[in-house]
Design a protein around this ligand. Structure first.
Ligand SMILES: [Zn+2]
Length: 383
């Protein structure tokens, strides 16, 4: 059964769908039309929490464009993805990431609403939008959103950009992808930090499950309703050890814990406002990972053998209220899922069966995928 209030959430999300912006994605001769700066800014403000005004996020999102934090691949051919679009696979509507060519052939040419979404990579964002975002970050005393290893690589302008980190040794392991970091943060919070708070009778003992956790640049921001006044629950020595662990597990991408007090009860996130970079929200605990793993592997038992072989390389790494994350041990394992006929489609259908909505999920690369518990394997022996 749904929790009380679910009908209200449904109503709000329907309102946002019905009043959403819709624009044509191509001109009369078939050239793609990128969404305007106002839509890009609307997306960035929501994704990076750049709004100055409380409640500004309650306006319907433009929803025509997303700025991916890392390179995305077309799920049909492996080229650089340019859109997310609804496709009909085996009679069911699923959302897939497509390159320009595959989009022209098979995608929905309308952007926004329940149609397609344009991917504008960081290096393609206009100077005007960059200036507005930088202005807000400076006012808020925050690091620029364009920083970080992924953006630095995407910056093909030549020369060194002021946000490019310098001094990395050649022997350092490569930085982790943003989604990999987000999923590792979720597992750290649930599997290590939370139980450690309880064990050490930390300020957050017993209440850590009621806190929302998100990543803001190098900080892990924990938001809760408990007020510590002028005190900082992360000022103790124990928390310094957690910060060291944070740094180690994210290869230096995230290095500090920060607490934010919320006067109001935390809002349950709407499905349309979640992203594959989400770390944790208390509402996520309503979806047990074992149940999700069982549901998906049961659904995949009926897939073709080649599809099952390809999908056996994936592990269920994380589940939130609205999303699912699958870990592949290497880029090759991930690419195999895309290239094997039926594999990606079967996975989308399995997620759809579990979520009972248009599936929201992501496959990310983490070399540690194979060390996840065997209960999270998608294809079980004996099936
Ligand atoms: Zn393609």
């Amino acid at each position: 059964m749904d929790q009380p209030g679910a009908d209200v959430i449904e109503l709000i999300s329907r309102f946002h769908t019905e009043f959403a912006v819709r624009m044509t994605g191509f001109d009369s001769v078939g050239n793609p039309i990128p969404p305007p700066d106002s839509h890009v800014l609307d997306h960035l403000a929501r994704a990076w929490d750049l709004t100055d005004v409380e409640g500004a996020g309650d306006r319907p999102a433009a929803g025509t464009v997303v700025c991916p934090i890392e390179e995305l691949e077309c799920e049909l051919c492996g080229a650089r993805a340019r859109y997310e679009s609804p496709l009909v696979i085996r009679g069911q509507r699923v959302r897939v990431e497509l390159c320009l060519e595959c989009m022209r052939e098979r995608g929905d040419p309308v952007l926004g609403g329940s149609g397609s979404v344009y991917f504008m990579y960081f290096d393609e964002v206009s100077a005007a939008v960059r200036a507005v975002c930088d202005g807000i970050c400076t006012r808020k005393g925050r690091a620029s959103i364009w920083g970080g290893p992924t953006t630095a690589q995407a910056d093909t302008g030549g020369g060194s950009s002021p946000t490019t980190p310098v001094g990395g040794r050649a022997s350092d392991p490569p930085p982790l992808g943003a989604v990999t970091v987000a999923v590792r943060l979720r597992r750290l919070w649930l599997d290590e930090f939370g139980p450690a708070f309880d064990e050490h009778d930390h300020d957050l003992a017993e209440v850590w499950r009621d806190c929302a956790v998100r990543r803001l640049g190098p900080d892990l921001v924990v938001t809760g309703q408990i007020s510590f006044g002028d005190g900082d629950p992360f000022a103790d020595q124990f928390s310094q050890r957690l910060a060291a662990r944070l740094t180690e597990r994210t290869r230096g991408s995230v290095r500090a814990l920060r607490y934010e007090h919320s006067e109001r009860p935390l809002k349950t996130p709407q499905r349309s406002r979640t992203s594959n970079l989400d770390v944790f929200h208390p509402a996520d605990l309503t979806v047990p990972i074992e149940k999700t793993a069982n549901g998906i592997s049961a659904r995949l038992a009926g897939a073709s053998n080649p599809a099952k072989v390809a999908l056996s390389g994936l592990h269920l790494a994380a589940v939130s209220r609205h999303r699912i994350w699958f870990a592949a041990a290497s880029a090759e394992v991930k690419a195999t899922v895309g290239k094997t006929p039926g594999a990606a489609g079967e996975l989308a259908l399995a997620v759809k069966a579990v979520q009972r909505k248009d599936p929201l999920y992501d496959i990310f690369v983490d070399s540690e995928a194979a060390s996840l518990p065997s209960a999270t394997a998608l294809v079980r022996k004996g099936h």
